[in-house]
Ligand binder design. Structure first.
Ligand SMILES: Nc1ncnc2c1ncn2[C@@H]1O[C@H](COP(=O)(O)OP(=O)(O)O)[C@@H](O)[C@H]1O
Ligand SMILES: [Mg+2]
Length: 241
């Protein structure tokens, strides 16, 4: 379970990036946090990972306070960042091996790594190639394999479809459905409304650090999510079609 309670972040320069955010994502749920650039999505993820400290409020992973007990909390979460940081001189398999071990998985074999890389849709010929030759989409796939290898109860995904081609994005959707079935709690930060329609159990629309609207799947399927999104983030209304 992923939770935030009155979570607030004011950066040192005075910027209020997050204002009293309350979230609860249970096992077997995919939550889409939608919002324009600067809405506070990455800030929320960085607070879960204790990369930054909250100004007020709390952030919990499986009930463990991620600010007070970050090492314990982080055992229960895997993370895919928007810009996956990997070692350019290591192959895909070597990066996976390195980060899996860092995440506490010491029993995986070469065959397990190949299975994981195949599962995320990386081509076999790329498994032993150096990362510095990879496209953004290929890096993203290795990052996803690292997240899957950890097999934590909770997943944090920051703009995971941003570098992916349509086929890879569709594969990601299939993978996330499997993860949901396996009981993971998944927080996905994105402005990808189309994936939200496909996949989300709940969506939250954020604007300038505030949650302006939360909708269950049933609620957003009854309405036009794209129109609602535009309305709530206060951009120009879409022409009626
Ligand atoms: N380290 C930082 N210092 C000061 N302001 C920041 C910092 N990181 C992000 N911000 C500001 O906080 C707000 C939210 O940013 P962010 O969480 O990155 O939004 P999103 O991921 O939704 O695009 C933005 O106004 C951004 O400029
Ligand atoms: Mg961001």
């Amino acid at each position: 379970m992923l939770q935030t309670k009155q979570l607030t972040k004011r950066y040192e320069d005075g910027q209020l990036a997050l204002d009293s955010l309350n979230l609860e994502i249970k096992s077997g749920e995919i939550y889409f946090l939608l919002g324009a650039n600067g809405a506070g999505k990455t800030t929320t993820i960085n607070l879960f990972l204790d990369f930054i400290k909250p100004t007020l409020g709390s952030v919990l992973i499986n009930g463990i306070d991620a600010t007070k007990e970050p090492l314990e909390a982080k055992k229960h979460v895997s993370f895919l960042s928007e810009n996956v940081m990997l070692y350019g001189n290591f192959s895909a398999r070597q990066n996976l091996d390195f980060f899996a071990k860092l995440g506490g998985k010491t029993n995986l074999t070469k065959a397990d790594y190949y299975d994981l890389l195949r599962k995320v849709g990386l081509q076999d010929v790329a498994f032993e190639k150096k990362l510095k030759t990879f496209s953004k989409g290929m890096r993203q796939k290795v990052g996803l394999a690292i997240a899957l290898a950890k097999d934590a109860d909770n997943m944090l995904l920051d703009e995971p479809t941003s570098g992916l081609d349509p086929q890879a994005a569709a594969e990601l959707v299939t993978l996330l459905k499997e993860q949901r079935k396996a009981g993971k709690a998944i927080l996905m930060c994105t402005h990808d409304i189309f994936r939200a329609k496909e996949l989300a159990d709940k969506v939250g629309i954020m604007k300038q650090g505030c949650m302006v609207k939360q909708l269950t799947r049933k609620e957003f399927l009854e309405e036009d999510l794209e129109r609602l999104y535009m309305e709530y983030i206060g951009q120009t209304q879409i022409e009626s079609r």
